[in-house]
Every structure is written in C-alpha cells, then in structure tokens.
Design a protein around this ligand. Structure first.
Ligand code: PEP
Ligand code: MG
Length: 573
C-alpha cells in the first residue's frame, strides 16, 4: 500500500481499478530513401494501414459503431493510398514522414471546411492517422477511448478537450501528475462531479493499470493498493461525505442571506449548455460564468452563429429569467485543442489568448456577439469580456458591438439593446485601474484564477510552483478590495467567478470586502450558502479590517482558519 499527497481539486471519494493514460508526443523521424526503397516503404504503409484498420474494427465490435466510422473510411480511402505512393516517389523521404505531412495537410483542410460534418471529423482523422503512425513506428499508445469499465483515471496530464470528453459513467476519479486547483482539468472535474487529486508529480510511476486506487478529492490523497483497514476507513468517509452532500442540498431553495439580512447572489460556473439543468438543482441564483470557449473546443470546429444562438438560447431558457453571464471566447493559454491551428506562442499565458485573439480575429467576435445579442430576447443575459488589460481594448470592443447592433437592426433581427456588458478583472493592470474602467461598463467579475497567477507570477497549472499560489497574499487581497471599492464607487456590482469564490475559507473575507455575487462550480454552492447564512455582514467587515494590515499570506490564512475553527457550522471543509 502507498499513500500520495497532491492538490485536492474536486471533492468526493472514489475507489476502483486504475486505468493508466499517458499523454505522449511521439516524434516522427525524417530521413531520405533511395528510389529502390519506394516500394518497400509503400508496403510498410499498407501493412500499418491494415493493422490500424483491424484494431479499429475490434473497437467497433466492442463499443458499437458510429464513433469510429470516419476512421474506417480513412483506412479504405484509395485516394489516400495514391497520395502516399506519389509522395514517396516525389520526395524520397521515409513513409512515416510522408504520411504525417499528408495527414496534417488533410486535417487542416477538414478543420477549415464549410461543412460542419467535415470539420467535426478532424479529430477522427488525426486519431486514425496516429494509429497508423503507431504501427509504422511500433509504438503502443493507450487512448482514453480504451476505458471499457468504471475506472480511476491515472494520468500525467489531460487536455481540456480530453477532460470534456470523459465518460462520467466510466471515470470514477482522477489522479494526475500535473495540474493545480484552478487548472482547467480541476474546473472540469468539479463540473462533472468527478473526485480528483492533481499535482501528484509522479503518480503515474507508482501505479499500473489494474491496481486498486482510492482518490480522496476532499483531502487531496491517493492510496494505491489499500489494505483492508484502509479500504474500510475510506468506505466510511465516502458514506459520511455522501450524507453531508445530501444535508447541504437541503439549503437549495433558501436564499444566500447573511444573519443581518444582506442578500448575496450565489451563481454557478458552467462550461457546456447541458450543465444548466444541474445548476438549478444545486440552488444557484443564476449563472455567473458560462465559459463559452468550450463550445469551440470540439477539435477543429468553430461553431456557426446559428449553433451558438441555439446553445445560448437553451441556457437562457433553462434559467428562466435568472441572470446568465456569458463570457466571450477565452481560447488560448492552456485552453487549446488538437485541430486548432493557433500558432504556438512561446509564452502562451502571456500571449495571444482570450480578448486579444478575438480582437485580432474580429469576424470570430462578431459572430459570437451576433449570436449572443440574438439570444438576449430569451432571458436575462449579461455579456462579459475576458482578460481585459486596459481601456483601449474596451474602445475596440464597443466599436465592434455598435457595428454588430447596427447590422442586426438593419436585418430586422430582434435583440435587447440594453444587454449589460461587463468585464473580467483578471489582469493586475485592470484591477489597479479599475476606477478608470468602472464608468465604462455595467459590471465587474473578478477572475481570481488568472488574477492570482498574473499577480504572483505563478503558472496556475504548474504543480511545482503551486506552493506560491496564495489567494490570501496581501498583494492579491489588496487588488480584490481595490476592484470592489472602485466598482461600488461607480455604482456597478462586483462579482467573482474565479475558484476563490467557491473556497469556503475565503467566503467570510469576500463578504467582508463587500463582494456582491459569488459564482462557482455548482457542487460548491450549498456549502458557501451555508456559510453566508451563518455570518453577519458587519461582523465579516470588522473581521476583514483586522486582516488587511497583516503582512503575509500565511499570517492571513492562519487568522481566517482560527476564525473558522471558532465557528462549528463551518467545520465541513
Ligand atoms: C479566472 O481566471 O478566474 C476565470 C474565471 O477564468 P478561467 O478560469 O476560465 O481562466
Ligand atoms: Mg481567466
């Protein structure tokens, strides 16, 4: 038996057989061949193609068809064979290299196709190509689609698109080498309510597929091959946890109101429209962040205006006039998927992401704004822009917004002219100049995942520097307070949709600073509601006044912990 400690990323306790998945990049060699080798290289290709085809037919037999149809079509495509044959003759390069070039070129074409069906096939095509390459290079690669029975996923890293595609019925829990509490793997695991421990450094070296593994997402521990006593201990903890979830859910229909009658709004963060139903069952007052980029993370697929309109409308209708804040595309940084041909940035988190990408590709933003405005007639929509760093971006956004409104009016398409428009405060410069930005927008929402990352220069997804990721660092708390004060001085509400909003340790601090709304993964809502309902707002303000002069994150955290421990109703953390 072995116990590892990592970062508690998504609550709950899971036990099951491990499925080891390593995301690896196979490097493809390039070398010259002579004319006499062309035929033998081609024969190698045909043999690899045949092996890949047999492999996929086996998967179809095991899991049923349509998922793999496109891959089978590729294996049978006579045109592909002709192209490989011709390219071997023309370039005199080895077949792995020739085949890779052809696959990349064809994937690019598919990704840019006008047909949605073809665009959606990009990922199948790349996957099929990888299978052939694996046979050519004699590499064995495990895929997430190979999970056949309920398992604990043990992995080095997961792309957001991988996490989004996980089958909840098959993935009981996640244990990963990489990732922090605010990484997108963590956010998506919480959204899917899959217990997860990340940042374990080398769990993948300690576990083999088939080992028994316990993932305790509440404590951040992973137990490998537990003995009988440990198994029983965790079974008891799992039952207690489930009971506490049921008790907390009873708060669902009660308002988030402090003991002295201050009403707060507790909202939910969602990634895909299908999550909206669950938001209501967790007792949310609205949606404080719909990360619209996940609609775009289906590999190679930029959704059309009509598809976006349908997605936004469905969320607004489910939420029936409760506030729904939809954030425009925040692609880039760590949110990329295979099939997107965004040029790689040397420093992606400081690079071409979010609003920067949208302003450089205004046709993408215009399509999204058209869809959002057209959806606005179906509910209570707010539009929010990510990663704003200064006023020039606002000028540009408002110019585009005015243009979009004008064209919708000309086309006679209905929309609400006064949809509230707000910005995320997640870059330190925006926080420091929040007094300049506030008069120009209708609301602020603090994105602490990025704000902390940029303030402390700590990559939010890198477990090696996770110890520096301090939400209670005085530098971070001052920026939060400054943002709330500027917003209020200009009469606009200030919310928070970063993970800190759902951290029970932070609730009293944020309440005392005057935050108006808290938005978080739906699973966290009941506990935060309970804390808010057990505190007075004046009491929280007084407590925060004692924290602000403190000199370090650990000192502040200690004081908050002491305060929490003095209140029995908060013991659930
Ligand atoms: C944030 O940065 O806090 C945020 C909510 O946005 P995301 O996590 O999607 O970057
Ligand atoms: Mg962010």
């Amino acid at each position: 038996m072995m116990e590892l400690t990592g970062i508690s990323a998504s609550p709950g306790i899971a036990r099951g057989k491990a499925f080891l998945f390593l995301e690896e990049r196979v490097s493809v060699p390039r070398y010259d061949i002579s004319s006499s080798q062309v035929e033998s290289e081609y024969a190698r290709f045909l043999s690899a193609l045949e092996k890949a085809s047999v492999e996929v037919r086996g998967l179809v037999a095991g899991r049923g068809g349509s998922l793999f149809e496109a891959q089978l079509l590729m294996f049978d495509d006579p045109d592909l064979k002709d192209r490989v044959r011709a390219s071997l003759g023309n370039t005199h390069r080895n077949v792995e290299w020739v085949f890779l070039q052809i696959v990349e070129e064809m994937s690019n074409k598919l990704a840019q196709s006008d047909s949605q069906y073809l665009r959606e096939r990009t990922v199948d095509f790349s996957d099929a190509g990888n299978r052939v390459l694996d046979h050519l290079l004699f590499t064995t690669r495990i895929r997430l689609s190979d999970i056949r029975e309920p398992s604990v996923l043990v992995t080095n890293n997961l792309l957001p698109s991988d996490t989004l595609a996980l089958d909840r019925a098959l993935v009981l829990g996640i244990a990963a080498d990489a990732g922090g509490r605010t990484s997108h793997t963590a956010i998506l695991a919480r959204a899917a309510e899959i217990p997860a421990v990340l940042g374990l450094s080398d769990v993948t070296r300690s576990v083999h597929t088939g080992d028994e593994v316990i993932v305790d997402g509440n404590r951040g521990t992973v137990i490998i091959n537990p003995d009988e006593a440990t198994r029983e201990l965790y079974e008891g903890r799992r039952r207690d946890w489930q009971r506490s979830v049921v008790v907390l859910k009873e708060l669902r229909d009660l308002p988030a109101e402090t003991l002295d009658g201050k009403r707060l709004s507790i909202e939910a963060n969602i990634e895909v429209p299908q999550e909206a139903e669950g938001v209501l069952s967790h007792g949310a007052d609205g949606i404080g962040l719909f990360r619209s980029e996940f609609l775009f993370l289906q590999p190679g697929h930029f959704p059309s205006e009509e598809e976006q309109l349908a997605a936004y409308t469905s969320v607004l209708k489910v939420m029936k006039n409760r506030s729904v804040t939809i954030r425009t595309l925040d692609l880039g940084g760590d949110k990329v998927a295979p099939g997107y041909h965004l040029a790689p940035d040397g420093n992606p988190l400081l690079g071409w992401r979010a609003i920067r990408f949208c302003l450089a590709r205004p046709e993408v933003l215009k399509t999204q704004l058209r869809a959002l405005l057209r959806a606005s007639v179906h509910g209570s929509l707010r539009i929010m822009f990510p990663l704003i760093s200064g006023p020039a971006e606002l000028d540009h956004i408002f110019e585009i917004m005015a243009e979009v409104k004008l064209s919708l009016t000309r086309e006679g398409l209905p929309f609400k002219a006064d949809v509230p428009t707000g910005i995320m405060i997640e870059v330190p410069s925006a926080s420091v100049t929040s007094d300049i930005l506030a008069p120009r927008v209708d609301f602020f929402s603090l994105g602490t995942n990025d704000l902390i990352q940029y303030t402390l220069a700590v990559d939010r997804g890198n477990e090696k520097v996770a110890y520096l990721y301090e939400p209670f660092h005085p530098g971070v708390l001052r920026l939060i307070r400054m943002t709330i004060d500027s917003g209020h001085a200009h009469g606009i509400p200030v919310g928070m949709c970063g993970e800190l909003a759902g951290d029970p340790m932070a609730t009293v601090v944020l309440l005392g600073m005057g935050l108006d709304s808290f938005s978080m993964g739906p699973i966290g809502i009941p506990l935060i509601k309970r804390i808010i309902r057990s505190v007075g707002s004046l009491e929280a303000e007084a407590f925060v006044r004692t924290l602000m002069p403190m000199k370090s994150g650990p000192e502040i955290e200690e004081a908050v912990r002491g305060w929490m421990e003095g209140r029995r109703e908060f013991a659930a953390r």
